[in-house]
Design a protein around this ligand. Structure first.
Ligand code: SAM
Length: 285
């Protein structure tokens, strides 16, 4: 029975194993059962699902997942947590704990081994120091995924969801929105974690598209343009893109493409939406 999601139960486990929280691993454990249930409900977990949990910690959410999902794979980097997980998850025979860095795990192979390559669901209270690399690895490596339901810093959730015109809009927004539809689930205050993080958090679900909403001829090229545009956020696009050595584009070429698209030649990248970046990329291909 899932029973770790309270300050007293979490403290008891921490004390029993003399566990020391490691800041460098972004360890803020959930201690609020209603938040854990909300995450799992938002992920729509049923016994048909195979779930990948990134960073199970002491197994608080893993227990709930094990009760609802067919199978749970939990990847935890901190070796000190492995004996604790063996204890807290001992009642479940549908959980596999892997002691590794999620960024080093071959997720395509894992999904093949564990679920015959059928789409899995990712559920995690992510370590905040590597939120973006984890999300990008899940999306870009074309791992068969149905959805990613994650706790992240509030500000990062807002960046994923926003569009042109907002100060939060950037390369992460466009990458997330190319691969998935982001849905904000709920905001979670610091007192729901042990220890308390210094920022507010949000649960967001990314529903992976079967087909991306735009189809540039060369998606890699589009993402190169997007990255260059936001690396030079304060410059106009014609200035920023033509001075970026990785692109090899002349100012004339960029200006000509913008004119063909009916855009002002002094426009900045932060004003373009995903469809416009796709068109610009095709114009410049
Ligand atoms: N899921 C637990 C919970 O909600 O209570 C713990 C969440 S805590 C925010 C993040 C967890 O990710 C920690 O257990 C941490 O050790 C683990 N972690 C950090 N970096 C990791 C990495 N690169 N690969 C796998 N796990 C990692």
């Amino acid at each position: 029975m899932a029973d770790l999601a309270s300050p007293a139960k979490t403290a008891a486990i921490i004390n029993k194993y003399n566990f020391m929280f490691r800041k460098k691993f972004g360890q803020n454990f959930l201690i609020d059962a209603s938040v854990v249930e909300e995450i799992i409900d938002a992920a729509g977990i049923s016994e048909e699902d195979t779930v990948l949990e990134i960073g199970p910690g002491i197994g608080t959410m893993t227990q709930y997942l094990a009760e609802r999902a067919g199978r749970v794979i939990a990847v935890e980097i901190d070796r000190a947590l492995i004996p604790i997980l063996e204890d807290t998850l001992s009642a479940y025979d549908n959980v596999r704990v892997i002691n590794d860095d999620i960024l080093k795990v071959d997720l395509n192979r894992l999904s093949e081994e564990e679920n015959g390559g059928r789409p899995i669901k990712v559920v995690a209270n992510l370590p905040y120091y590597i939120t973006t690399p984890i999300i990008m690895a899940l999306l870009e490596k074309e791992v068969p995924l149905e959805s990613i339901t994650i706790m992240v810093q509030k500000e990062v959730a807002e960046r994923m969801k926003t569009g042109p015109g907002s100060k939060d809009y950037g390369a992460l927004s466009l990458a997330v929105q190319y691969y998935s539809e982001p849905v904000i689930v709920t905001e979670v205050p610091p007192h729901c974690f042990m220890p308390r993080p210094g920022v507010s958090s949000m649960v967001i679900r990314l529903d992976r598209y079967k087909e991306p909403p735009v189809t540039p001829k060369d998606p890699d090229k589009m993402f190169k343009l997007i990255r260059a545009s936001f690396n030079h956020r304060r410059k106009t696009l014609s200035n920023g893109l033509s001075t970026d050595p990785s692109l090899g584009l002349s100012r004339e070429k960029v200006t000509e493409a913008l004119e063909k698209m009916g855009l002002p030649v002094d426009i900045r990248g932060e004003k373009l939406d995903l469809a416009q970046f796709a068109e610009l990329s095709d114009q410049l291909c």
